[in-house]
Design a protein around this ligand. Structure first.
Ligand SMILES: Nc1nc(=O)c2c([nH]1)NC[C@@H]1CN(c3ccc(C(=O)N[C@@H](CCC(=O)O)C(=O)O)cc3)C=[N+]21
Length: 299
């Protein structure tokens, strides 16, 4: 059997089109333009690529994009002063500080400084707590994107066994909360899980987010399972000197012989992350103005 390849790139393009339509209406009917501020500290090459992609897609859907590039030696006080200014700026509806930041800065303190209603990464303690309590907040972009792909593939997730491999605050924990909301039976597995392969084999849904290239093998996966690959490891390209290649956490070729559906890397979860960042910015903007929220873009 050969798995259906879940096309995250096409799905993300559909979402951006929906967002773009909604943004047009907001501008024409309410005179409001959603705005996203992205803060980048230092000069990490991968971060610069991601931030450039975010900027491009933000403006393409008709939103304002405010980019703040700060030097690597920026003090916490100066960074906080910028965040405070963005928190108070009515044209900014979403704020994202690109991670990783240089070592002298504390990611948790940065997230805590961002107004939770503008925390479009969904990383703040407030938004994590709202999600865990089943209340409305802003949901972390990558888990939200994965849930959208899963719901599209499996309209009723209720009662299914889901395994999330990875327990980070950024991904594993919010992903598990979202699946729990869908009435899945959720297992969070991690590096200390006793028999990882056996645990994963029980699952109807496997979400892999460990950051170890091609760790999930074909004999770990139940026949027909839906496999979502969140991992991104960049390696030197085996055939093209000087180029790089992206690998997921799932051994794609062999697992796609067993799974019912699978996301590729690249072109799976990655594009959904940025689409959901735009979705969260639009949602935050609508809430700030007490307007109806876009349908299908939040949970
Ligand atoms: N505060 C913060 N929020 C984030 O959401 C955040 C962050 N920091 N730091 C870095 C990670 C990583 N991340 C990705 C976004 C898009 C792709 C993406 O579009 N990937 C493409 C391929 C891109 C390529 O070729 O490099 C794909 O998988 O098809 C990947 C990874 C967001 N992150």
């Amino acid at each position: 059997m050969s798995a259906t390849i879940i096309d995250g790139k096409a799905f993300a393009a559909d979402i951006r089109e929906k967002i773009s339509d909604h943004v047009t209406r907001l501008r024409e009917e309410n005179g409001i333009i959603p705005g996203l501020a992205v803060v980048l500290v230092g000069e990490d090459p991968a971060s610069e690529v991601y931030v450039a992609a975010k900027h491009k897609q933000t403006t393409e859907v008709g939103m304002r994009s405010f980019k703040h590039a700060l030097p690597a030696d920026t003090s916490e006080a100066d960074l906080f002063a910028l965040i405070d200014k963005l928190n108070a700026d009515p044209e900014v509806h979403g704020i994202l500080c690109q991670f990783p930041v240089p070592d002298h800065l504390d990611e948790r303190a940065i997230v805590a400084r961002i107004d939770p209603s503008k925390d479009v990464d969904g990383l703040s303690v407030v938004n994590a707590g709202l999600l865990a309590s089943g209340e409305k907040g802003l949901v972390s972009c990558t888990p939200l994107g994965c849930l959208m792909l899963l719901r599209d593939r499996i309209p009723n997730l209720s009662g299914l066994d889901a395994v999330v491999i990875g327990r980070s605050n950024l991904f594993g924990k919010p992903m598990a909360q979202l699946l729990l909301r869908e009435n899945c039976t959720v297992t969070i597995a991690h590096s200390r899980t006793k028999d990882l392969a056996e645990t994963v084999r029980r699952a109807d849904i496997v979400v892999a987010a460990v950051g170890r290239a091609e760790m999930v093998k074909a004999d770990w996966v139940k026949s027909g399972a839906t496999v979502i690959d969140v991992g991104i490891t960049r390696i030197p390209h085996p055939d093209k000197p000087g180029k790089t290649k992206l690998l997921g956490d799932v051994a794609f070729d062999e697992v796609s012989e067993v799974a019912g559906a699978i996301t590729p890397v690249p072109g799976g979860v990655g594009p959904m992350t940025i689409a959901c960042l735009l979705a969260n910015t639009l949602t935050a903007c609508c809430r700030a103005h007490d307007l109806d929220e876009p349908e299908g873009l939040t949970v």
